[in-house]
Design a protein around this ligand. Structure first.
Ligand code: HEM
Length: 532
């Protein structure tokens, strides 16, 4: 196809994806992030997570068989049982009595779920499905696909006889869907775009955006001024009141009520801004009003993420090192950080480890709080996972009470201690106990992705690798009993054991998150500070 002045062909960074035609002069970003980068096409939704190249330009990847089986120990044995690691290192009872972080309110940890990127999980995948997802496949591809299929087994979390909180046996855990790259190595797919583009509000696919929008209008759909609940689109669970599931740009919308309130706030903000724009510009087409409102929402979203949220995660020094702060508006000039060679793709190691730091900030309760910041109703987190009833009851009467909790209540510290609701009763349901353990899941997910061990990431971050288990002080003995080799320690385990002044993430996660956000900013052609 000829390349005209306006159109350019960009290959999507995904196996089997067709080239797409991009409008070089487009005023607005696409919904799925395609055509943002006109040179390398990176950052679209439904493309692979990124593997970091090492010093020799080889992808850093650590599968037991080199191509797809979950990571194993250096000596070839299985890595320690993820639940045992969770019990020995991450139990809140092992930590200080006061876990609350006085510098951060719950408001600060919830937005992180917002920018966290979504990977694709599957229940047992059939080769047929693999074929249909990838389109026509050759015979060799078919064999490889079958091979990939063999690796799509369940990878259950084993619970030992001595576990004090979960019954012995095993808990369901399904490997993230894998596809083979050109070298026949298993890769995982990011369902979201790589950009900080409010796709949690608008969705990462045009199909979802269509569901969220009022047709022939500039507005997003609402029901009684709450999030829409179209039948059959999402799944949620409520043991008390049968509820319809709210839909937003991201499927986790009903995971916990404080997160749902954030979704609702941004959803309403779009409609508020769009309505004002319509009043000011009656001659604009509906589509122009929608896109201009979206552009303003994304600008606010980017500004808050980089200037209010990230400094509390990374600390001032890392913010400056990775040039993450926006230019001070008082300087009177806009900054233009865009670099066409920056690849914004999300690192798998950020997805499965570094960005999951927020799980340690979650508290055991989702309380209702009055105007004086007093708790008026205690809602135990373990009772309200995935149940939107707190938001929907009586046309949303509880929303201000939940919203105030976000501002009034301190979140827990970023560390290696996790509340019981997350570590022993995650998604616990009365009719199907016992629930799960977020820590064990995170550890298992890292191995599932073939993410290298903690010490390898320290090396890549130009930090001194840990040489002795004693470096982990209080937890050194437990780690030594669990892991054969210090280089076997999982990234999320070592990363969360690092201490940092000011309660930010430690140096390894600072490096990974800083590296990631720098790319999300500099690799975004539509970054909000850019001229025009
Ligand atoms: C009560 C609050 C939360 C709950 C119940 C929750 C639960 C979960 C669960 C069940 C998963 C999938 C685990 C797996 O791999 O099998 C997950 C993934 C993830 N979570 Fe959370 N989470 C919460 C809050 C947070 C926060 C505050 C952050 C941010 C800092 C965060 C960041 C992530 C990331 C980055 C992923 C990986 C994204 C993906 O692959 O879907 N989460 N979370």
């Amino acid at each position: 196809m000829a390349i005209s002045k306006l159109l350019i062909l960009v290959a999507l960074a995904c196996v089997g994806a067709d080239d797409i035609v991009c409008d070089v002069d487009a005023k607005y970003r696409t919904i799925d992030g395609s055509c943002n980068n006109l040179k390398n096409g990176k950052g679209a939704s439904n493309t692979f997570f990124k593997r970091l190249p090492d010093e020799n330009e080889n992808n850093v990847i650590d599968y037991a068989d080199g191509i797809g089986l979950p990571r194993a120990a250096k000596n070839g044995d299985e890595l320690p049982n993820a639940r045992l690691v969770s019990q020995a290192i991450m139990d809140e009872k092992l930590g200080p009595l006061i876990q609350r972080d006085r510098t951060r309110s719950a408001q600060k940890h919830v937005p992180s779920t917002y920018v966290a990127k979504r990977s694709k999980k599957t229940i047992i995948t059939k080769v047929k499905r693999l074929e249909s997802e990838q389109g026509e496949v050759t015979t060799t591809d078919k064999l490889l696909a079958e091979d990939a299929q063999n690796r799509d087994f369940c990878f259950p979390l084993e619970i030992s006889k001595n576990d004090t909180d979960l019954p012995p046996g095993c808990i369901n855990f399904v490997r993230a869907t894998g596809k083979l790259d050109e070298e026949g190595v298993r890769q995982q797919t990011n369902l979201a775009t790589a950009f900080v583009d409010a796709s949690v509000v608008y969705g990462s696919t045009p199909e979802l955006t269509k569901i969220l929008r009022v047709s022939d209008s500039y507005l997003l759909k609402t029901e009684d001024n709450l999030l829409p609940t179209p039948a059959g689109v999402n799944s949620c669970f409520d043991p008390v009141i049968p509820t319809r599931c709210p839909v937003a740009g991201e499927s986790r919308v009903a995971e916990v009520s404080m997160l749902s309130v954030q979704h609702l706030a941004w959803h309403r903000e779009h409609n508020r801004i769009a309505s004002e724009l319509r009043t000011l510009n009656p001659h604009w087409k509906d589509e122009t009003v929608f896109q201009e409102a979206r552009k303003i929402v994304i600008a606010i979203f980017q500004h808050i993420t980089f200037n209010d949220f990230l400094p509390l995660v990374l600390g001032q020094a890392a913010m400056k090192r990775f040039k993450l702060f926006s230019r001070d508006v008082n300087e009177g000039v806009f900054s233009d950080p865009y670099d066409v060679d920056m690849n914004p793709q999300v690192l798998g190691s950020v997805n499965v480890a570094a960005h999951r730091f927020g799980h340690s900030q979650v508290t055991n309760e989702q309380n209702f709080v009055d105007e004086d910041c007093n708790t008026v109703t205690v809602n135990k987190l373990e009772d309200v996972f995935d149940s939107p009833r707190l938001i929907q009851q009586n046309c949303g009467v509880n929303i201000p009470f939940i919203g105030r909790n976000l501002g009034c209540t301190a979140s827990n510290r970023i560390d290696n201690f996790f509340v019981d609701a997350m570590r022993n009763r995650l998604y616990h349901k009365p009719e199907s106990p016992p629930g799960s353990d977020i820590v064990a899941r995170n550890i298992q997910r890292g191995r599932d992705f073939g993410v290298a061990g903690y010490n390898r990431w320290r090396e890549l971050c130009l930090l001194e690798p840990m040489k002795s288990f004693d470096s982990f002080e209080k937890f050194g003995k437990a780690l030594k009993e669990l892991y054969n080799d210090i280089d076997d320690i999982d990234l999320i385990v070592g990363g969360l054991l690092e201490k940092e002044m000011g309660f930010n993430v430690g140096p390894t996660f600072q490096c990974l998150l800083g590296f990631q956000y720098e790319r999300m900013k500099q690799g975004d052609r539509f970054w909000y500070e850019r001229p025009n």
